[in-house]
Design a protein around this ligand. Structure first.
Ligand SMILES: [Zn+2]
Length: 336
C-alpha cells in the first residue's frame, strides 16, 4: 500500500565550488524522507529571464504534500548574471546555458557549470530548466525536450506531454553545452520551458510554469493529483526539429525589421514573414519563411544588424496513431 503523503519543511543550503569560493548556488530542498525520484528545477540559468526565476521561487515556497522522493529547486542558477540583469556573466561574458559540462580551474562561468552539472544535475532523476525568450526575441509558450529514441528521452517526452501546455517541441538531437546535454549524457530525462515577453513578469505564464512543475511531480509519483481532476489534455501542437540554421531566416541588410506574421502562425517556405525598412520606410528587403511549418522564433525589437536571424520555423511532428492531429492555428490557441 502506498504511504500517506507528508508535508515536509523546505530547507536551504549553499552549494559552492569550494569553501572559500563565491561561485555557487542556493538550493531549496524538500525531502519526503522516503525513497523515490529526485526532481531538480532550475531557474535563472540566464540571469535576465525573470519569469523562470519567479516561477522556480514559487515552486520553492509551496508546501507540496510529497508522497515519496524529493525536490530540489535553484531559483537563480547564474547569480552573477542575475545581479547584472544579463543573459551572460558580467565577469567573463560566459553564457551558462552553453558552458556545460564546465571545468574547475576555468572561468567563473565554467566553474559554475561544473558545479551545477556534477553536483546537482548528476544527482537528479529528472530535470526542468525554466527559461523565457529575451527582450529582443519572442518564442511561444512551450515545453521542449530531446526525442532521440533513448529511454531517458522517452520519459522526457511522456512528462512533456503531461506538462499541460498547448505546445510541445521535441528535438532529434541537442546542441552542446546545455543543461539538457549534461542530462542526456547521464541518461536523465530533462525538460525546458520557454515563453514570450522576455524580461517581463506575466502572472499567467508564471502560473503555467508552476502548474507544469506540478504535473511533473504528479507524473513522477511525488505528489497525488487533486481528487476528481480530469486528466490533463494532450498538447494541441507537437513540433519536432532542432532549430538549425536552415530553419532560420536572417537579414541581408541592417535596418528596421517589421514583421507581418505572429508566433505559431503556419507559414509556407518562401512566404513573406516581414521586411527590413530604412528610416524613411523604404523597403530594403523582404524576409521570407525559410521552411514550411510554424513560426517558433520571431524578432521583437525593430533594430537589426545585417545577418541577424529574425524568424525561425519548425515543422509539425508526423502524427502518431491514436494521437489527435487537428488543424492548428494560433487564432484558436487557448492561452491562459
Ligand atoms: Zn534562456
Amino acid at each position: 500500500m502506498p504511504e500517506k503523503p507528508t508535508t515536509p519543511e523546505w530547507s536551504t543550503r549553499r552549494l559552492s565550488v569550494s569553501p572559500i569560493s563565491e561561485i555557487g548556488v542556493t538550493v531549496h530542498e524538500l525531502d519526503s524522507g522516503r525513497p523515490g525520484p529526485h526532481l531538480l528545477v532550475l531557474g535563472g540559468v540566464h540571469g535576465d529571464e525573470v519569469g523562470g526565476i519567479v516561477a522556480a521561487g514559487r515552486v520553492a515556497s509551496t508546501a507540496w504534500p510529497l508522497r515519496r522522493g524529493r525536490l530540489s529547486v535553484v531559483p537563480i542558477t547564474h547569480e552573477a548574471a542575475y545581479e547584472a540583469d544579463s543573459r551572460t556573466s558580467p565577469h567573463d561574458g560566459g553564457n551558462l546555458a552553453r558552458s556545460f559540462p564546465g571545468a574547475l580551474g576555468g572561468t567563473a562561468t565554467d566553474e559554475l557549470a561544473w558545479l551545477v552539472g556534477h553536483r546537482l544535475i548528476a544527482a537528479a532523476d529528472a530535470l526542468i530548466d525554466l527559461h523565457t525568450s529575451n527582450a529582443a526575441t519572442d518564442m511561444p509558450l512551450f515545453v521542449g525536450c530531446l526525442d532521440d529514441g533513448s529511454p531517458a528521452a522517452a520519459e522526457a517526452v511522456r512528462l512533456a506531454r503531461g506538462f499541460g501546455l498547448d505546445l510541445v517541441w521535441t528535438h532529434p538531437s541537442l546542441g552542446p553545452g546545455r543543461t539538457l546535454s549534461v542530462a542526456q549524457e547521464r541518461g536523465i530525462p530533462a525538460l525546458y520551458v520557454e515563453s514570450p515577453v522576455g524580461g517581463v513578469l506575466d502572472p499567467g505564464y508564471v502560473e503555467a510554469y508552476v502548474d507544469g512543475v506540478r504535473s511533473v511531480l504528479e507524473g513522477l509519483g511525488l505528489v497525488d493529483p487533486p481528487p476528481g481532476r480530469p486528466p490533463r489534455p494532450e498538447p494541441r501542437l507537437w513540433l519536432h526539429g532542432n532549430g538549425d540554421t536552415d530553419t532560420f531566416s536572417s537579414t541581408g541588410s541592417a535596418g528596421l525589421f517589421e514583421r507581418c506574421v505572429s508566433l505559431l502562425d503556419p507559414v509556407r517556405r518562401g512566404q513573406p514573414v516581414g521586411r527590413v525598412l530604412d528610416p524613411l520606410g523604404t523597403v530594403l528587403e523582404a524576409v521570407v519563411a525559410p521552411a514550411s511549418g510554424y513560426v517558433t522564433t520571431l524578432q521583437r525589437s525593430a533594430r537589426v544588424e545585417r545577418g541577424q536571424p529574425v524568424v525561425a520555423v519548425t515543422a509539425r511532428r508526423p502524427p502518431e496513431p491514436g494521437l489527435p492531429h487537428e488543424p492548428f492555428t494560433s487564432r484558436t490557441r487557448s492561452m491562459r
